[in-house]
Design a binder for this molecule. Structure first.
Ligand SMILES: Nc1ncnc2c1ncn2[C@@H]1O[C@H](COP(=O)(O)OP(=O)(O)OP(=O)(O)O)[C@@H](O)[C@H]1O
Ligand SMILES: [Mg+2]
Length: 319
């Protein structure tokens, strides 16, 4: 039976003008974050941007110097325990008892939490994070990826409505990252709202429809990831035998702009497929072999570039 909970009204996270200073230096400087029910929200930023500090404030681990927080409409300043009901998270690394088994860690948490979690549910959670066959081993014998999964399991035994994960993909191999994505999608389909941080755009762009990008404690972008992609435009990377000459050919093609030589490639923006056709013709006429022509991945670096400096700042090849 589905229970309709009235007091669930209010967004899972609504933070306004959050600010935290360390020795007068703002680590987080007027950050606004709104996370809507059921979404997987990405919190992006480079090292030192203020992601962890923001998440610590949201989880009540650090007191903000200024700003307001509402979790499902509740103010942690008024009643921390009530506000954190149904909220679970991992900051940086999961905290686990390394001399106990994974199963014992979860059972202990379930007992502490007094949330009425039975042992069968602990087994279910172990199954969810695919740790059942290693659940009896001591955590110190786990790999980093297994520890991450146990950390998520430790959140799940609390039956959260909101899960906050600080760089959960750190230290995972490609298979581990794929697994994490699948798990988060499944949790989201089950109605759990997910807020996750990352310093890699590629890591969140398949998972999140909306993101905030934070740099030096400030939000530089908040919104749809698709809009971000559109704003950054379509870019390609060409590897060709004669790089300088290839760049000149590129620059002469109508519909191609912002041509630059980066490392051993020519990069450029394209406004339509016709321009690519004209480019391949132009290169053939100039007797230049195309070794590779691939769309450029949207990276956080490039987004920053577009958001802060704009294409004009790049070292460009004149048309
Ligand atoms: N306890 C603390 N005392 C002093 N300065 C701190 C403290 N915690 C964070 N900072 C500073 O606040 C800034 C933001 O740090 P934070 O850990 O929030 O960044 P981050 O975005 O999580 O970075 P990373 O990607 O490296 O994890 C940094 O300049 C950091 O040195
Ligand atoms: Mg951090």
């Amino acid at each position: 039976m589905v229970q309709v909970v009235r007091d669930a009204a209010g967004a899972p996270i609504e933070a306004r003008r959050l600010t935290k200073r360390y020795r007068e230096v703002p680590a987080v400087d007027g950050v606004d974050v709104t996370v809507l029910p059921g979404e997987i929200y990405g919190f992006l930023g480079p090292n030192g941007a203020g992601k962890t500090t923001t998440m610590r404030m949201l989880l009540g681990l650090v007191r903000p110097d200024a700003g307001t927080i509402r979790l499902f409409g509740r103010d942690p300043k008024e009643d921390l325990l009530a506000a954190l009901k149904g909220v679970a998270g991992i900051i940086e690394e999961p905290r686990l008892y390394s001399y106990l088994s994974g199963r014992a860690n979860l059972r202990m948490l379930a007992d502490f939490d007094r949330s009425g979690v039975d042992r069968a549910f602990v087994e279910e959670v172990l199954e969810t994070v695919e740790l059942r066959d290693r659940a009896g081993d001591r955590v110190r014998e786990y790999s980093q990826g297994m520890r991450q999964r146990l950390g998520i399991a430790a959140c799940l035994v609390r039956r959260p409505r909101l899960l906050m994960l600080d760089e959960p993909a750190n230290g995972l191999d490609p298979a581990g990252i794929r697994y994490l994505r699948r798990l988060l999608r499944r949790l989201s389909a089950d109605g759990i709202t997910v807020f996750l941080s990352s310093h890699l755009l590629a890591e969140v762009q398949e998972l999140c429809a909306r993101v905030a990008i934070v740099a030096a404690g400030r939000i530089v972008y908040e919104g749809e990831i698709d809009e971000l992609r559109a704003r950054a435009g379509r870019r390609y990377r060409l590897t060709a035998a004669a790089l300088e000459r290839a760049a000149s050919v590129c620059a002469a093609v109508p519909g191609i702009s912002d041509v630059a030589i980066v490392d051993e490639h020519v990069t450029f923006a394209v406004d339509a497929d016709e321009a690519l056709l004209a480019l391949t013709r132009g290169l053939a006429e100039a007797d230049i072999a195309i070794l590779a022509l691939v769309p450029e991945q949207l990276t956080l670096e490039r987004v920053f570039f577009e958001l802060t400096e704009g294409p004009a700042e790049r070292e460009t090849v004149p048309a």
